[in-house]
Design a protein. Structure first.
Length: 147
């Protein structure tokens, strides 16, 4: 008798699962995946291409390197774009894994050394974002970057 009750309970569970709309399940999973969204998002706080008006008394020549800074609650990601690579640093300096997530194409990963330095080579084509996870478990996700 116990086996029949178990089979009946399993059938009811399957029917209950099938009664939930698929889009509701996707929304619920996405909500859970972003449970710590405030801690993860790193906002663009500096972009050298936006700071084109020099302060009085400073040099007026254009910099050959583009600089970007992304800041979250617990860390900062500083980037410099050169001709063939993106050089970065996690601040405060620490070991980390940085995943380069393009809108189109495969994700790649680079590591930051003990003072937070890393390099992305070649420069990603198209839009991409960086997901940084330090060895201490702090995570930051930048907005989409187009170079």
């Amino acid at each position: 008798m116990e086996d029949e009750e178990l089979v009946l309970a399993l059938r009811q569970a399957v029917r209950a699962r099938e009664a939930v709309p698929a889009d509701f399940v996707v929304t619920a999973k996405n909500t859970f995946a972003w449970h710590n969204i405030d801690a993860e998002l790193a906002q663009l706080t500096y972009d050298s291409t936006r700071d084109l008006d020099p302060a009085p008394g400073t040099r007026t020549e254009t910099a050959s390197i583009r600089a970007l800074t992304f800041t979250s609650a617990h860390l900062t990601i500083e980037l410099e774009v050169t001709l063939d690579s993106v050089i970065g640093q996690v601040v405060p300096g620490q070991e980390a894994t940085i995943k380069v997530q393009p809108k189109a194409g495969a994700e790649t990963a680079v590591t930051a050394d003990n003072i937070g330095l890393f390099a992305i080579q070649p420069i990603p084509s198209g839009s991409f974002r960086l997901h940084c996870r330090t060895d201490t478990g702090v995570e930051a996700l930048t907005g989409w970057i187009s170079l």
